[in-house]
Ligand binder design. Structure first.
Ligand SMILES: [Zn+2]
Length: 165
């Protein structure tokens, strides 16, 4: 599959698609990172070797009414100099979550006009996943700001508004 289509469709800019699989109502995109990591992220040396990989599935934006799974070969690297031993970074998803950033954004957009149950049914995912995405969004955008480390709060000016009815 064309890299440009991967980027514009699913936001995968540093991956390449090695195979596309069609299973019922699901399209599975097999991807892996285009460029091998050549420098150790910890010490900067070049003695970095591949140390196995694991495959992870992420739900991506649907295509033509079909569910899309991004199946990524996540490479693990080990540094011979400093002992660094970690999996490569996955730029299109957060932590251990099983969906892409773009999918989460799409869910939030759909929730502006449909219920959790409707969105889950439309996207063929569990209600709990939709709820998790919505909760994260609400927490990120509407939780009170942290006041940790704040010692003084100043008020510049204020206004009193009186409404006569
Ligand atoms: Zn290192």
């Amino acid at each position: 599959m064309n890299s440009s289509f991967l980027y514009h469709g699913w936001g995968l800019y540093s991956q390449k698609c090695t195979r596309v699989e069609y299973k019922g109502n699901t399209i599975i995109l097999h991807v892996e990172t285009k460029e091998r990591l050549s420098f150790c992220p910890q010490c900067g040396m070049r003695h970095l070797v591949k140390n196995g990989y694991r495959t992870r599935d992420f739900i991506g934006l649907p295509l033509g009414g079909k569910k899309v799974i991004v199946r990524m070969k996540v490479q693990r690297y080990q540094c011979k100099d400093c002992g660094y031993d970690q999996q490569e970074n996955i730029p299109f998803a957060t932590g251990s979550r099983s969906y892409t950033h773009r999918f989460a954004r799409y869910v939030v957009d759909l929730l502006k006009m449909a219920t959790l149950k409707d969105v889950a049914s439309l996207l063929c995912v569990g209600w709990d996943m939709v709820k998790d995405i919505h909760s994260s969004y609400l927490q990120r955008h509407y939780s009170p700001p942290s006041l940790q480390g704040v010692e003084i709060i100043g008020i510049d000016e204020f206004a009193r508004i009186r409404c006569n009815t």
